[in-house]
Design a binder for this molecule. Sequence first.
Ligand code: MTE
Ligand code: MO
Length: 385
Amino acid sequence: RLFKNDPVRDPQLMTRSERPCNAETPPEKLTDDFVTPNNLFFVRNHLPVPEMDAHVEIEFDAPWMPDTVKVSLEDLKRKYEHLDVMTTLQCAGNRRKEMHDAKPVKGLQWTQGAISNAVWTGVPLKKVIEDVCGPIPKEYEDKLQHVHFHGAEGYGASIPIAKALDPRGDVLITFKMNGTELPRDHGGPVRALVPGHVAARSVKWVSKITLAEDESESHWQRRDYKGFGPSKTLEESKYEDSLSIQEMPVQSCITVPQPGQVVDVNQRAVDSRDEKSVAVKGYAWSGGGRGIVRVDVSGDGGKTWIDAKLRRPGQQQGREWAWTHWEANVPIPENSLNGGKGSVEIVCKAVDTSYNEQPEKMESVYNVRGVLVSAWHRVKVEGIL
Ligand code: MTE
Ligand code: MO
């Protein structure tokens, strides 16, 4: 079978499809550790996991180069400085199931676990390109717009050259994840890592890197991972006219409690008021290196809000690639607990360093592919006193 060489996965992962493997991190595990353990990092594969050994060579190509140049992974490791970059990767389809439940969409039914955070070790792509491809000739300076990554199993994607060559962009050719060899499911032995961009651009098992005038021709760059208007059907959605997703919008989710859970509504001091409250936890993240400045949490469906306590990665401004974890004791209105029991809706929304906020309604950001799901996250629980 095609998939017989796929690695064995942790049974704790929540499988959305077996072949290829698509599996999400269990929601409460997302906020157990700030850095997601490798075995619990979500997996999103389009094809079987390829066999690649550690002696692999990466091929480089640019329009002015007479021939492509191959550089072994060993040489890359030996010649360049190793950088550790903490980066959250989020799939464009994270939370698709919520959108699907509002109105049907096409794609894997991810809940909120198609996102994880890790420390990636690698060499700076910018330095490697400058060395291997040389300085960009004058006549290509304006024309050259994209860097393509080719995956050994046939997947491919590209990113804007401005991101690839930005010394503060932290794009890596990575070979370690959380201090250990890159696991095969996450691109081992070598992967392109594009912090702040949709995970689809961090191409696993990268075997070729091309500097080009146009975007990658791959299906996943041209015919997937694009947004459309809320009323467009699949037939009316014109991929050629829509922009490829790169940086992602601001996002947040409640990880604890989970929908339908019975929660204890304790007496707790919140903002020095004496109210009933529920303990809530979650994550927040934004694309493009924008950090999270605030997470607003509501226990009355979005009428009143409190600020969550944030645990931020402490990365430099503009390079906040990792998520923020947050916690709050959310006040619950007394009248929702008639007889000491009742259903409660908890809502969260995050604000990023550009003061972008999540939209309130799923309907307003609906798109038929179910990508870029960023509406306020709502969780209904049973509260008991
Ligand atoms: N790279 C290759 N070669 N093949 C793939 O199928 N999937 C992409 C991206 N890179 C993919 C890939 C998508 S859509 C996502 S969301 C991330 O890898 C998932 O990365 P992970 O499996 O390490 O979580
Ligand atoms: Mo993805």
